[in-house]
Design a protein around this ligand. Sequence first.
Ligand code: MTE
Length: 334
Amino acid sequence: NELFFARNHGAIPEVDPDTYRLTIGGLVERPLSFSLADLRHSFPSQTIAATLQCAGNRRRELSQVTDIPNEVLWDLGAISHAEWTGVRLRDVLAQAGVGAGAAHVALTSLGQVARRGKVFGYGGSIPLDKALEPEVLLAWEMNGAPLPPLHGAPLRLVVPGYIGARSVKWLGEITLQAQPSDNYFQSVAYRLFPPSVNASNVVEDEGRMLGELFVSAAICSPLEGERLPDDKLTVRGYAVGHGGVPVEGVEVSADDGATWARATLLGEPRPWAWQLWEVQIALPPGERTITARAVDASGCTQPVDPAEIWNFKGYMNNARHRITVRVGNQRPLS
Ligand code: MTE
């Protein structure tokens, strides 16, 4: 758990597990409130292997197309994998009874954030249809250990296949409503705009609210700029599918996409988990680029060039991942 990436828009709150309550309200037949013990005893516990990925993962590559100020310039590391244990959100919603007109499930944290002169609980929402899927958990355990405070103790939502921002930590309130949440992190942040939009001409409502992650693959080894002694190497990385459809293949090119070598997928495919992969390739001496791309079982693949998908907040970079390495006894890259 210490290796899992962390992303926090505000301070980490101290929540007393003994007095903690989760409330469910809005368009429900019976507003409810649960202690942690209530949740544990009232519903069957579930464990799900799910990868969390921040919408800002690989923002650095987008920032190399055009500067992205005031955002964290993540490399490949805003993604991690864990086994989460808790109860299904849908079981809890069934006990509250989904009311007429409910279409979104809004989530509000006990963790406070400050934006635009206001202090409020971090929040967001997911469509009701997603909330009723079996993979969405209210989790209190991470990899068999109690959820650490950094990752949302005592209770967080885990929304596999969605941007990490929807997996609200230190969850305090669930509200069923007709519209998406009006929380800043749903209504303003985490919207996707075309490359023509920037901070000075943006019309916030016109952006696409982010939810499902896109198919992608990234090279974790070798590293960008690495100097490699000889011409044979093993390239390793991760790939993620879309909408719970596992990645079907990962391919790696050492000649800018003219030819592709198929990588070996490691382990059994699991719907909400990243797919680790590796492939051996040979590279002639000199400065070389290595490119990776994934294809999922529905045939979806990745954009070729990050410039096509540049957006001023730097979200959702799933362009083919390219790194440059130097092979043989040449001068190191500057
Ligand atoms: N929940 C709260 N309450 N506050 C936050 O700042 N950050 C979100 C999400 N849940 C956040 C939150 C974002 S942007 C991401 S990517 C994930 O938490 C990261 O989860 P992690 O820190 O456990 O990796």
